[in-house]
Design a protein around this ligand. Structure first.
Ligand SMILES: [Zn+2]
Length: 196
């Protein structure tokens, strides 16, 4: 299923008030025409009535990247980066990687499980997570991945993590003494993360 609005809105959908960084709010998703639609409410406008008929609901904190940038950056997470790379793609091996990475991120409390559901034909399961960093809503698809596919995904996930964590060490020593500075990789990723 498609997620039409993944990020939290900047304003309360009911009263229009702008959310402040770290402000507590309520979010819900509805399914309309096979599409997830997200709605965000300030505490004042939230009630059980507005949540009626929603597919799922959860409390969260508004994340304003502009404010967050001025705070000490969160530790760069190769796991999170790997997840977002994989979940964008369609290949089953990529879905396996995303599926496993999401479970690890959930264990790290970076991702929060919102809801699990079956596809209409029973040929896939869907897991909806909220990413604590940035408040994104992400959907992970499990097209009945086999054990072998998950095992293969696990190995690829580990390989990718190793690559991200030690970009130069694994290679043969460079003949011409090319040495990439070690500190340049993380800034770009932190930037991406803020945008994600
Ligand atoms: Zn409101």
């Amino acid at each position: 299923m498609e997620i039409k609005i993944g990020k939290s809105a900047r304003n309360c959908i009911a009263c229009g008030k702008e959310f402040a960084h770290d402000e507590e709010l309520w979010s819900l998703v509805r399914i309309e025409d096979q599409v997830f639609k997200r709605e965000d409410y300030c505490m004042g406008c939230w009630s059980e009535d507005v949540a009626r008929g929603a597919f799922s609901r959860w409390a969260c904190c508004f994340y304003d990247p502009k404010v967050a940038e001025q705070e000490p950056p969160e530790v760069f997470s190769p796991l999170r980066q790997t997840f977002y790379e994989a979940v964008e793609r369609q290949a089953r091996c990529e879905l396996a990687k995303a599926y496993l990475a999401a479970q690890l991120l959930r264990r790290q409390k970076v991702f929060r499980l919102i809801k699990e559901s079956e596809g209409p034909d029973g040929d896939a399961r869907f897991v909806l997570y909220a990413d604590r960093i940035g408040g994104n809503l992400v959907e992970v698809r499990d097209p009945n991945l086999s054990y072998a596919e998950l095992e293969n995904g696990r190995q690829e996930l580990l390989a990718r993590l190793q690559e991200l964590e030690s970009p130069e060490e694994e290679r043969e020593p460079a003949v011409e003494g090319e040495s990439a500075p070690e500190d340049d990789g993380n800034q770009g990723s932190a930037q991406e993360r803020a945008e994600a």
